[in-house]
Design a protein around this ligand. Structure first.
Ligand code: NAD
Length: 301
């Protein structure tokens, strides 16, 4: 069993760290939030006073932070505060696993710095949400060298069910934003179909029964149906309590648009989806589940 440093013990990181404890690893965790650290202690991990303390003596370090700027500051240090980063604090040969969802450019920049310092690093963003983090059934999309992937695999296996190596550094993040762009667009498409069906006097359940077995079939319809009734477990049945918030969908769609702009990819529907989620979240719905966008579409003419 290994000593694992874990930085970022929020909604996702907390249960992921708890699963590593359950697997028998000694988990040393740090978060800016005292509550998050207290939850780690309850789960059997060791809360630490700083990120540097959490990585001291660790063979593997997992980070689960909000966005690219947090990841960059935590790994490379913060010039403003003069605080050093994880790469300087950790022992040579430490394996870094960043599971945050961030932009591809920052993921590649931090991985290059880690490699230059003699560390292995993978970007390993996840899908599956808080439920998947708790159940240990996340999907990991991994970018980085083969050797680092192989070394990380036993740890990822304890936090997830599906683990895919998508290529070199940053490719895990690339896979994540491409996947979530499909999701954001398809949720709007399915929602628009229900809104049109309502206007045409076609029952929700009838549309579901037909489209779920026809060419309109997709995850946004059959697993996460945006209207109440057809899929009892979908957030529509609990007044769009998240789940995966509209704010998070907006974040991922913006990351996809940044990547599209910098790489010259043509993604008009991705751009439109980012606009629609921006308007929906801007009306005070950012904390609602992203499938609540159906309410916004219903309200428009
Ligand atoms: P969260 O806000 O619940 O957790 C982030 C944690 O990081 C917080 O506890 C915060 O205090 C901590 N933190 C911030 N800066 C820090 C620092 N400098 N040092 C130590 N701790 C610091 O967010 P979350 O829902 O756990 O999401 C984490 C990442 O996972 C995000 O990138 C998100 O996009 C991604 N993600 C989330 C979900 C989801 O359903 N929640 C699903 C897939 C991916």
């Amino acid at each position: 069993m290994a000593t694992v440093g874990f930085i970022g013990l929020g909604n996702m990181g907390g249960p992921m760290a708890a699963n590593l404890v359950k697997a028998g690893h000694a988990v040393q965790g740090f978060d800016l939030s005292e509550d998050a650290k207290a939850r780690l202690a309850e789960a059997g991990g060791t809360p630490c006073g700083s990120a540097a303390d959490a990585v001291s003596g660790a063979e593997v370090v997992v980070t689960m932070l909000p966005a690219g700027r947090h990841v960059e500051a935590v790994y490379l240090g913060d010039a403003q505060s003069g605080e050093g980063g994880l790469i300087a604090a950790a022992a040579k040969g430490t394996l870094f696993i960043d599971s945050s969802t961030i932009d591809v450019a920052t993921a590649r920049k931090v991985a290059a710095a880690a490699e230059a310092a003699g560390m292995g690093m993978i970007d390993a963003p996840v899908s599956g949400g808080v439920g998947g983090a708790q159940a240990g059934t996340l999907t990991f999309m991994v970018g980085g060298p083969e050797a680092a992937f192989d070394q990380a695999r036993p740890f990822l296996d304890r936090m997830g069910k599906t683990i895919v190596h998508a290529g070199g550094a940053g490719n895990g993040q690339a896979a994540k934003i491409c996947n979530n762009m499909i999701l954001g667009i398809s949720m709007i498409g399915v929602s628009e179909a229900f809104v049109l069906a309502e206007k045409l006097g076609l029952d929700h359940q009838k549309l579901f029964d037909i489209s779920s077995t026809a060419s309109g079939q997709c995850w946004s319809l059959t697993t996460y149906c945006p209207v109440p009734g057809p899929v009892p477990t979908s957030p529509a049945n609990r007044d769009y309590q998240a789940g995966f918030t509209a704010d998070m969908m907006l974040k991922d769609l913006k990351l996809a648009q940044d990547a599209a702009n910098s790489s010259g990819a043509n993604t008009p529907l991705g751009a439109e989806a980012a606009q629609i989620y921006g308007l929906f979240a801007g009306e005070g719905n950012g904390g609602l589940d992203f499938s609540g966008v159906v309410k916004f579409l219903r309200g428009k003419r």
